[in-house]
Write a protein of this length. Structure first.
Length: 126
């Protein structure tokens, strides 16, 4: 079974992302975290299967996406998990920083549900 961790503090975004993921493949295990700190606790827990892919927002409380990305890519057990930044930012500096920290891809959040499904389909293959 494939699994995805989505890290975002917006509950509506987590719900919509989960629905879009399910529309692509109902068998994907969907995990969520509300910020970088919670995500790292999940990822470093012995109780969870490591996700095959991580999607992460940048602007979150407690620990932002850049800091979380840096910590994931610095961890020998987590660094191979592909991380996709999914953000409202269109700032080229944010895109460059995310790539330099190890993000596989920087995606500007689509404004429609169908756009999100298409983005997810092109972002990974299950």
């Amino acid at each position: 079974m494939k699994s995805v961790l989505f890290i975002d503090d917006d509950e509506d975004d987590k719900l919509v992302f989960g629905h879009a993921l399910s529309a692509i493949d109902k068998n994907i295990l969907y995990l969520t975290a509300s910020d970088g700190q919670e995500a790292l606790k999940i990822l470093q827990s012995d109780l969870v299967i490591l996700p095959d892919l991580i999607f992460m927002d940048l602007n979150m409380p407690k620990m932002d996406g850049f800091t979380c990305l840096d910590k994931i890519k610095s961890d020998s057990e987590l660094k191979e998990i592909p991380v996709m930044i999914l953000s409202t930012s269109t700032n080229p500096r944010d895109m460059e920083k995310a790539k330099s920290l190890g993000a596989k891809k920087f995606i500007t959040k689509p404004s429609t549900y169908s756009g999100l499904i298409e983005t997810l389909k092109t972002s990974f293959t299950f």
